[in-house]
Design a protein around this ligand. Structure first.
Ligand code: ATP
Length: 400
């Protein structure tokens, strides 16, 4: 499996591995390429989504994954049923202990067919070289080149800082996740970090376009170009070039180690952050930790044609599975992000609001947030709030 999925990665990336690239090589690509400006605008105006079928309903692939994934997906289905969200789930279990890739292939085919998925984290059981992460394989196969995390503080949740509001834009398919490692001679292992102009530019353009569309003021590119002069140097250089098209937005850059320190001491200096894959996972975990842990924030993975929604920190939570203590909020937020993406904005809004009200106003919180509520207490409270808001739903309209 490892060979097949890494080969495919290289096929798409090798032409871009050299330095001295032509400026903004991907800018003039075809109309269907979402990182061109017009296509990104289409995405944010909600045009570039799979069309609904069968009476306005969308089919969505659901990958529960391992650990707490299946119980969280059960809550999502319950909430969607309750609010009448026009979504039919195609549930695909991926068992990491089975031989071969049939389940993974089937999941990828399903997402290609439906265009959209919601997922938990799929465990990688073996440390063997043949075994690649199925999470990474899905992102690579679907070319989900950007991961977006909107990190906002929840009032009242104990945390070191208040009012954090940072958007993290992470390159999601190459960098240190190329899964290209080998032992060159006995006792010497090499791991390839791949940075390509194409992907660095797509993610930088996404970050600047996001800033422009959402009235954000600054993009900070995170790197380690003082040490990784070619790879991170290229990532930074591409970001600086893309910035020239967005003169109204400030652009600065920061080294990853300093970024972690600055995040802990003064996170308010950040607005939109643009970074490679490994720095993205580190920074997202730091920010989620600052805001309240793994159970709150959602993350979205976008490519030109597909979108996959999941909890922001991508944890499996095996140790807390089946105990009714996992915080369901991150997965519920991910499901509302997905409804938003599909254009079901009213359904998304009521779910966001009921979840926020439960955690912030009603103080119904699981132990990871310092509360004593169970996962089902949280979900039941959300359903109770949703019931109050259902008054005018028979007409398909939500009114508060
Ligand atoms: P394991 O999957 O065996 O727990 P781990 O220690 O690597 O492995 P992760 O799954 O990476 O744990 O999760 C990191 C931490 O975040 C763990 O302490 C986990 O219990 C916690 N965590 C993850 N998701 C949630 C959640 N939804 N609610 C509460 N805690 C969570």
């Amino acid at each position: 499996m490892a060979l097949r999925y890494t080969q495919r990665l290289l096929q798409t990336q090798v032409p871009f591995l050299t330095r001295g690239y032509p400026l903004l090589v991907t800018k003039e690509k075809g109309e269907d390429v979402a990182h061109t400006k017009s296509a990104l605008q289409k995405k944010w105006t909600g045009v570039d989504i799979p069309s609904a079928q069968y009476g306005g309903r969308h089919a969505v692939t659901m990958l529960p994954g391992g650990g707490i994934g299946p119980e969280l997906m059960h809550y999502i289905r319950e909430i969607f049923r309750f609010v009448g969200a026009p979504v039919d789930f195609e549930v695909i279990e991926i068992d990491p202990s089975t031989e071969g890739n049939d389940d993974l292939d089937y999941a990828i085919t399903s997402i290609k067919r439906n265009g959209v998925a919601i997922k938990g984290n799929i465990e990688t059981k073996s440390q063997g070289l043949d075994e690649v992460s199925r999470n990474v394989a899905i992102r690579n196969e679907l070319d989900l080149y950007v991961n977006v995390l909107h990190c906002r503080s929840y009032p009242g949740i104990p945390s070191r800082h208040k009012n954090i509001d940072v958007v993290l834009i992470r390159q999601n398919t190459d960098g240190e996740y190329a899964m290209l490692e080998h032992e060159s001679v006995r006792g010497v292992v090499e791991s390839m970090k791949v940075v390509t102009v194409e992907n660095a530019e797509r993610v930088a353009r996404y970050a600047f376009e996001y800033a422009r569309q959402n009235n954000r003021k600054k993009v900070t590119t995170i790197h380690k170009a003082n040490i990784m002069k070619l790879s991170d140097g290229l990532f930074l250089e591409v970001a600086k070039n893309v910035h020239k098209e967005y003169p109204e937005i400030e652009h600065n850059n920061m080294i990853i180690d300093n970024t972690c320190m600055q995040l802990v001491s003064n996170p308010h200096q950040f607005d939109v952050m643009n970074m490679t894959n490994l720095y993205g996972t580190i920074v997202s975990n730091v920010i989620c930790g600052l805001i309240g842990g793994a159970g709150l924030l959602s993350g979205a993975n976008y490519g030109d044609h597909f979108a996959v929604f999941e909890p922001g920190t991508r944890n499996t939570g095996t140790a807390i599975a089946g105990k009714n203590i996992a915080n369901p909020v991150a997965m519920i937020n991910a499901s509302a992000d997905m409804l938003n993406h599909l254009g079901h904005k009213e359904h998304a809004r009521v779910i966001y609001e009921a979840t926020y009200e439960t955690v912030v106003n009603d103080g119904i919180r699981t132990p990871d947030l310092g509360g004593t509520a169970s996962s089902t207490d949280v979900v039941e409270n959300i359903l109770k709030i949703l019931a109050r808001k259902r008054v005018n739903w028979p007409q398909g309209q939500y009114r508060d």
